[in-house]
Design a protein around this ligand. Sequence first.
Ligand code: HPA
Length: 273
Amino acid sequence: MSRQFKKLEKCYETCRSLTDFVPRVGLILGSGLGGYARNMKIIKEIPYGEIPGFPVSTVEGHDGRFLFGYIGKVPAVVMKGRVHYYEGYSMEDVVLPIRLMKRMGIEILFLTNASGGINRSFQVGDFMLITDQISSFVPSPLVGENVSELGERFPDMTHIYDAGLQDVIRSTAEAEDIRLREGVYLQTTGPNFESPAEIRMYAVLGADAVGMSTACEAIAARHAGLRVCGISCVSNMASGISEEELSHLDVQAVADRRSEEFERLVTRSIEKM
Ligand code: HPA
């Protein structure tokens, strides 16, 4: 058994000793979705700090815990707070939570985040269904010994974002009268925001939105055979697209302002998954 898998198994055993709940959907909450708990019937909370070896977020406004419970009738585990590569964790640690949720039983991973809009037709506050991603600017979370218990060495990434789940989110947005954009998400390491020249480059490469999370999580999830979907809240226009300077506080303020609709879109979608 690899060192990585041993660490994962220890985290799994700790969580299992605290709850026998088996979730089917895993939901990762990005900036602004911190109040999501009000949409679920919570059965058990596990603060990340109670899980030995689990990476604990250091970013302000990211309060770290698993929430196990029901979204509608769907058994789910929600990650309130995620860890980011820019915090200094290895990619292996950054994606450990994904693998742990898979061990706990999830079949579907629902990713959310805040991002900077690169596509000039986007507006601040828009939601973007993630249809594909560019992770070439961050290390792959699969570098190192392959955890064969989880997945194969060279996993295919042709269909990272599940077509059926995308359709569920599209039809939910339509039914709820919520405007939904679509596009390619590009992950940078952060923590600095990008320069205008970098954003121009990312636009040429085909990115519609940029952020500091998510793509690595989606890769680890696909490696482990999960079905993946994701929505991004465009919390600002990316550097140089608008004249305004960027700040984390502004990102959070916009995400907070959009939280009611974001929560509704996520919840109604999961209820149909
Ligand atoms: N760049 C990178 N990450 C982000 C941004 C951005 O403009 N907005 C929110 N997260």
